[in-house]
Every structure is written in structure tokens, then in C-alpha cells.
Design a protein around this ligand. Structure first.
Ligand code: NAP
Length: 246
């Protein structure tokens, strides 16, 4: 089967990003699986992508570091070809606590990873996707969070604020590049069963959630791949809640 395109997935080594990488391969994409420190898990995901007959590459890059991102997209050009889809899943929760206890370093790390990283990855993708830049179009999905509307008071307001910023980027950028063949959307998951959560808190929260359970990474990946696909050709600038009625 010929390739459906080339997808870059930040944070593709674990959780939602890993599920997206694998589903993308099933949909016919060659995939660049980005990770920050977990090479072994990234390689496992790459093996599964290849088992579906697609090309895979793994690439270490800290999305909080602009030079790392620029080098990653250059490596993708070389190994897989021009990127046609980007999923910004790499992200951090930050430390848990009230704002009056937060350190500047923690706030900066959350924003540099979740916001700056998403911005710079979008920039590098657009330099290759936008018809204005000689590209043939593409689709971007950013990971927001239900925290952006719930606020995360007493836990991690810096995280909630960073995800609101991701949504503002999504709305604005979608309009900026709408006539250049590029769609930009966000998915906003509720509580999803991944390693980002303390498993004890996850188990305690489960019965209190509207569906009595957290979501799965696969359930989020299904929505991400729909937004990427041509079935969503007229959907752009949208934030899709995948939050089980929360
Ligand atoms: P996860 O299981 O903790 O996985 C995080 C992924 O991000 C890993 O692949 C990790 O790489 C990568 N990563 C972390 N910091 C990075 C950095 N600086 N540079 C590059 N990669 C980095 O998290 P998840 O639950 O899948 O979350 C994925 C996205 O969904 C995040 O943006 C998160 O905010 C959002 N989200 C999650 C939930 C949820 O309940 N799980 C809810 C709403 C939104 P390594 O493996 O190398 O560490």
C-alpha cells in the first residue's frame, strides 16, 4: 500500500501519543515517533508501526528546546519525506500544588513544553505543509485538556493555563492557514488512563467520573485520527472534547 502521508507525533513513546502513532500506521501513515527520554518505549512503538507495513523512525528531542525541534523536522525530511500530519502530544502536568507554592522554574517548564513546544512544532510543520511555502497541505492536531475549562484549582493551574494557550493557538492558526491547505484542530481529553497520572488518584477518581471510568488512549487516538483524516475536511479551528461527559 502506498503511504497516506508522513506523520510526526511528539510524545509518541507513551500514552496517547503511542496510541496515535500505532493507529496512524493502521491508517497508512509513515510515522516519526518523538520522545524525550524513553528510547526503549519509542522503539517498541516503532516496531508496532513497522508490523503494520509502514516506515517508522524514532527521534529524541525535547520539545521545550527549539534547536531540538528544528533538527527533528530536518531528520524527518531526510528519512521519511515531507511531513503531512503533526500531532502535538508531548506534554507535562507540572508539579501539583497551589499557585502560591509554585516555582518559576516549574511554571516555565510547563509553558516551554506544552505551549512553546507546540508553537515551534507547528511552525516547522507549516514550513513544509503550507501551499504558501511550497507544500501540498496537511493537518495538525494539538492536545489540549479538559483542565483548560475546569481550571485545575489547587492542583496545577499552570497546566490548565498552558492548555488554554494551546486552544488559542489552535483557533488563530487555523484561520491563518485555512486557505493554504492546512487544517488545525485540538482534542481536549478528560481523564485518560495513562502514566501521566498517579495510579492511586486515577483509581480513586474513576467512580466519580460521569462514565464511572477514565478514557483510554485508544479512544483519544480515534478522535485524533478522524480529525487528521479527509473525513474531517471542513473541520478546522475546533476543539473536540473527548471527556466522557465530564
Ligand atoms: P504520558 O503518558 O505521560 O506521555 C507523555 C509523552 O510525552 C511521553 O511520550 C513523553 O516522552 C513525552 N514528553 C514529555 N515531555 C516531553 C518533552 N519535553 N519533549 C518531548 N516529549 C516529551 O502522557 P499522556 O497522558 O499520553 O498525555 C499526552 C498529551 O495529552 C499531553 O499533552 C497531556 O497534557 C494531554 N492530556 C492527557 C490527559 C490524560 O488524562 N492522560 C488528559 C488531557 C490531556 P518520554 O516517554 O520520553 O518521557
Amino acid at each position: 500500500m502506498s503511504t497516506k502521508g508522513v506523520m510526526v507525533v511528539t510524545g509518541g513513546s507513551r500514552g496517547i501519543g503511542a496510541a496515535v502513532s500505532i493507529l496512524a500506521a493502521k491508517h497508512g501513515f509513515d510515522v516519526c515517533i518523538n520522545y524525550k527520554s524513553n528510547a526503549e518505549r519509542a522503539l517498541e512503538v516503532a516496531g508496532i508501526v513497522e508490523s503494520h507495513g509502514r516506515k517508522a523512525m524514532v527521534h529524541q528531542a525535547d520539545v521545550a528546546d527549539e534547536a531540538d525541534i528544528v533538527a527533528m523536522f530536518a531528520a524527518v525530511d531526510q528519512k521519511l519525506g515531507r511531513v503531512t500530519a503533526l500531532v502535538n502530544s508531548g506534554g507535562v502536568n507540572g508539579s501539583i500544588g497551589r499557585v502560591d507554592q509554585m516555582t518559576g522554574a516549574d511554571i516555565r517548564n510547563v509553558f516551554q513544553t506544552n505551549v512553546d513546544g507546540t508553537f515551534i512544532c507547528c511552525r516547522e510543520a507549516l514550513l513544509r505543509m503550507s501551499t504558501k511555502n511550497g507544500g501540498h497541505g496537511g493537518s495538525i492536531v494539538n492536545l489540549s485538556s479538559a483542565a483548560a475549562r475546569l481550571g485545575a484549582a489547587g492542583r496545577n493551574i499552570h497546566y490548565a493555563a498552558s492548555k488554554r494557550a494551546v486552544e488559542a493557538l489552535t483557533f488563530g492558526l487555523a484561520q491563518e492557514v485555512a486557505a493554504e491547505g492546512v487544517r488545525v484542530n485540538a482534542v481536549s481529553p478528560g481523564m485518560i488512563d495513562t502514566e501521566i497520572h498517579d495510579p492511586i488518584r486515577l483509581a480513586a477518581m474513576a467512580p466519580k467520573l460521569p462514565m464511572g471510568r477514565p478514557g483510554t488512549a485508544d479512544e483519544v487516538a480515534n478522535s485524533v485520527l478522524w480529525l487528521i483524516s479527509e473525513e474531517a475536511a471542513y473541520v478546522s479551528g475546533t476543539v473536540l472534547d473527548v471527556s466522557g461527559a465530564r
